[in-house]
Design a protein around this ligand. Structure first.
Ligand code: 0WD
Length: 255
């Protein structure tokens, strides 16, 4: 897999710490020779990510809260100046208020609904809008989704509805950008213990059920998701767009 991404520049959005799925993706892309740029949200994450990327040569690290258009503009203006052409983008972020991940979905507030949709689904549209300008040689965009957007998974609540929107955004973006040779796909990962996962009330039982029932009888790792992202970002996946690729030890095939 070495050299698969030589000469490619890829932006990774959503590393919060070393357990983040985006950090697993970082390892795979770095090992394959990509030049990497990162965005982070908030000062708490800034220190951690700067520490994490210190062994990655020429890494560009920029702040970006995806609810703020001006911050997204700033990211792509800076990248245009510093690297000129972008070949890939990894969108690995989501948010829902804790109270909207507890209790029943029926009780979701208007504000909670809007915020989760804005950060978890619309942000893919917002960043793709700007990234396409830099993808002068074509490109590949990968977002992170979950089975809870395709069917009801207890406890996933508002985030499931946001993932359904994200999946749909991904497909409409793939249709719009295909003529420019920009591919847009999603990875549907099985449950992995991360900071975001801790917000999902029933997460530990979700993980247990998957380990017991999935065809492979185990969960998946950040590394497995990372290698799938590498595939989708590379020319090996040149015929694939608008796809949800499940990296979940086969769990999604069960009834
Ligand atoms: O089991 C899992 N962990 C799965 C995660 C299974 C399937 C899918 N996913 C998805 C998540 O829904 C998300 O889309 O993968 C993506 C990455 O999630 P992760 O790696 O599990 O979570 P984490 O390491 O917490 O990274 C998500 C980050 C945030 O971290 P915290 O925990 O500090 O909120 O998303 C970022 C933030 O860094 N984020 C934002 N970034 C920019 N602007 C914003 C924002 N407004 N809000 C959250």
């Amino acid at each position: 897999m070495q050299n698969l991404l030589n000469g490619k520049t890829i932006l990774i959005m959503g590393v919060a710490n070393e357990r983040s799925i985006a950090w697993g993706i970082t390892q795979s892309l770095h090992n394959a020779g990509a030049r990497l740029a990162f965005t982070y949200q908030g000062e708490r994450v800034e220190r951690r990510i700067k520490e994490l990327v210190k062994d990655i040569p020429n890494a560009i690290v920029l702040p970006c809260d995806v609810t703020k258009d001006e911050e997204i503009d700033q990211v792509f203006d800076t990248l245009e100046k510093e690297v000129g052409t972008l070949h890939g983008l990894v969108h690995s972020l989501a948010f829902a208020q804790k109270e909207d991940l507890e209790g029943k979905f029926v009780d979701t507030s208007r504000n909670g609904y809007a915020l989760a949709q804005d950060i978890s689904a619309y942000s893919l549209v917002a960043v793709t809008q700007r990234a396409r300008r830099l993808m002068k040689e074509g490109g590949s965009i990968v977002t992170m989704t979950y089975l809870g957007g395709e069917r009801v998974i207890q406890g996933y609540n508002m985030m499931g509805v946001a993932k359904a929107a994200l999946d749909s955004c991904m497909k409409y973006l793939a249709a719009d950008l295909g003529p420019d040779n920009i591919r847009v796909n999603a990875i549907s990962a099985g449950p992995i213990m991360t900071l975001a996962a801790r917000g999902v009330r029933d997460f530990t039982s979700m993980l247990k059920v998957v380990t017991e029932r999935a065809p492979l009888r185990r969960g998946v790792t950040q590394e497995e998701v990372g290698n799938t992202a590498l595939f989708l970002l590379s020319n090996l996946a040149s015929g694939i767009t608008g796809e949800i690729l499940h990296v979940d030890a086969g769990y999604n095939i069960l009834g």
